[in-house]
Design a protein around this ligand. Sequence first.
Ligand code: SF4
Length: 443
Amino acid sequence: MERRVERNTSIESSGIELQSGMPICQTDLPLDWYQKEFKPYAEEYLALPNRQPETVLPWMDSYIEPALKHFGDRLMLLAHYYMGGEIVKLVERYGGSIADSYLLAKQAVMHPDTKLFVESAVHFMAEAIAILKNEDQQVYITNPKAGCTMEMMAKEEHVVPAFEFLQERYGDDLVVVAYMNTSGRLKALAGATGGAVCTSSNAPKILRWVQKQGKKIVFVPDLHLGINTARNVGIPNEQLFQWKGGLEGANYRPEGAALEALDASAMILWGSYCGVHTIFKASQVEYWRERGYGVHVHPESPAEAVMAADGSGSTAYLWKAVMDAPPGSKLAIGTEGHFVSNAREQAQRRGVEVVHLADIPEPGFASFGCGCATMSRNDPPHLVAMLDLLHKGQAPDINQVLVGDAVDESSGYRERLDAASREAIRRDARKALERMNEITEAP
Ligand code: SF4
């Protein structure tokens, strides 16, 4: 269909609280990183004498509390576990909820009486809420420049030309499986091909469902999750075909032996990845295991780390592994750095020691864990500005998330589709999400 562009866990408390005397550990962003409507708030924040809660919270309260009072139960604040610094704690302090991307996506459905969702996370997560929401609900993101780098290497303009080449060759024998970390446009591609969305925990179930149909799988966007899941469902390496990611993927056309391998493959893997998770290695797992640590990693990590670890699973799985660990136990967790810091803080109270898998204090390793930098572009001034501008009825349109928006994360510009094109994307993307639920809930 031709599109017309109009213009440019059950959720539970993390239990982590802001502590008096401990600074708000959110690195200040340069003033020119803020959109123009947010700059006055950023200037005020940057002029505060320090980042102690005693200083920052009264400033935040002066804007946020009137907004929360005004909207009451009609508004819900949301954040992802990977949010940097203290944003997770701040969102919880103002009555918001923290979740992984799958649970975030379901919030509008779970709370039909809530009309306004303000999310501090990355764009695909906010768009997933928008896909499932009702007509009378709205979704806003506190920073429109917050994107997932894995998703940014699998934009529609990258994947669709490659898919069209594959479709010409294999026709209806192809089924697209789209990981949650995709735009609505790619989720819609999955829906239109009879495919489904998957999460890191239900990906094996979704792949088995496609296998039963005897079709060729196109898995987007995460190479490592694809490889790990293929092994889980018994697809041998020889039957995996690795496509390229980003713009290279759009233009890649295999020839000769590569084309033969493509014809023989059962699963085509898009070549995108998450820089935060690709740093993990089997040698890091061995290092901690030798020192008595249990090791759990996220399946966006390379196969060597996943295979060496004691367990692998979603953000919710990793959080549970930490929360269920008996006092005295020691765990090395291979995932996003802010999540591990928050888990460590929580676990310490119960006498559980948590380390980041890549934080190895020996020169031979020279590695360290890192946080999701793009998600951390949501900071206190973004939250304050968003809520105050919503309260004043002056929320910038660029912060509203509609289905099918294609975002340029460097400028925050969003290419927005006309209503009919949006509805077509929403319908197909919803199909893919609903199919995922049907498959995972089937006995
Ligand atoms: S941690 Fe990686 S996969 Fe998750 S949002 Fe950040 S860039 Fe994307």
